[in-house]
Write a protein that binds this ligand. Structure first.
Ligand SMILES: [Mg+2]
Length: 320
């Protein structure tokens, strides 16, 4: 099977179809239409075998994660997904692998109404690059630089699950099957918080998705907004499975510094708090307030109850 046969068989015919795609896969470029009054948000992420996922990860999980991490970036801007392109480097043409990969990819794509509009397939080590695009109303993108001292800091969902999920795959934790399944699933099948992202437009003063770990990612907001933050570690939301799987200290350390959570961290002014509660209740989204921004530029303060708290490692960074 050659390159064009792979595209035709696994990627062309299965894609979700949108009305705003004038020309999809099959020409030199895709041609698409952005609605009046909306801006285009664009993001890209590469996943490399052995770096971003263990080499024996199932193709369904790789496909899901490759698209989900890009959708998570759209969510963090308050954007609504529209189109994506896929650049796939494959060591060989394994039809069963490609079948499972493409099915999982298009299942998630259809769920979020995002259409594959182009890409490239090459022979090389396994790596997946997706570029995703979405729409956001002008003036309402959830940028990192809008936060102010005094704003409350929130996160969606629970933190630290994926980090312990990875530890389980590496044989570092001895846990029940039930906990292992839940935590590994959180690692392999992150749920992009798109509903929360759009609900936070006009309400959040800044937003970011947690890909490299809380203490690492919040610094991007602190830098862009020239604020400090006080985080109450004992307020971090932990899943039942995480608390059952590891000691509470390890759970909080994972919640602070492990990557791959793909939850949103956002800030809200005291005046917008009422609107936040209304928006979240109507969208049925659970969030937790974990601290407050301060005027101490880029200073991150961690407290556990009334005591200062130290993080053992500071999150994932390439080339670090
Ligand atoms: Mg991001």
């Amino acid at each position: 099977m050659k390159e064009f046969d792979v595209i035709e068989r696994f990627f062309n015919c299965k894609s979700y179809q949108r009305k705003d795609v004038i020309q999809g896969i099959g020409d030199d470029c895709a041609i698409t239409r952005v609605p009046d009054g909306l801006n285009l948000a664009t993001t890209t992420d590469t996943l490399i075998s052995g770096v971003h996922f263990p080499i024996d990860t199932a193709p369904e999980a790789i496909a899901h994660k490759a698209l989900a991490v890009n959708l998570s970036d759209l969510a963090a801007m308050g954007a609504e997904p529209a189109w994506f392109s896929l650049s796939l480097s494959l060591p060989s043409v394994d039809e069963a692998w490609l079948d499972a990969f493409s099915k999982s990819l298009f299942e998630l794509a259809e769920y979020y109404s995002i259409q594959l509009i182009g890409g490239d397939t090459v022979n090389g080590p396994l790596s997946i690059t997706i570029t995703a695009q979405g729409f956001v109303p002008q003036e309402h993108a959830l940028i990192r630089s809008g936060a102010m001292p005094g704003d409350l800091i929130y996160v969606t969902g629970t933190l630290g699950d994926a980090g312990i999920g990875l530890g389980i795959l590496q044989g570092k934790h001895d846990v029940s099957q039930h906990c292992a399944d839940y935590l590994v699933n959180r690692l392999n099948y992150p749920a992009p918080r798109l509903l929360a992202g759009t609900a936070l437009r006009r309400i959040a003063s800044a937003c970011i998705d947690l890909s490299d770990g809380l203490v690492s990612d919040i610094k991007h907001i602190l830098k862009a907004s020239q604020c400090g933050a006080k985080i109450q570690v004992d307020k971090l939301p932990l899943s039942v499975a995480l608390k059952e799987a590891v000691e509470v200290e390890d759970a909080y350390q994972s919640a602070l510094s492990a990557g791959d959570d793909y939850e949103l961290l956002f800030t809200v002014s005291e005046e917008q708090k009422g609107n936040l509660d209304i928006a979240l209740a109507s969208a049925n989204i659970s969030v937790t307030c974990i601290g407050q921004l301060t005027g101490l530029k880029e200073k991150l303060e961690l407290r556990y109850e009334d005591e200062p708290y130290q993080v053992q490692r500071s999150g994932f960074e390439h080339f670090a």
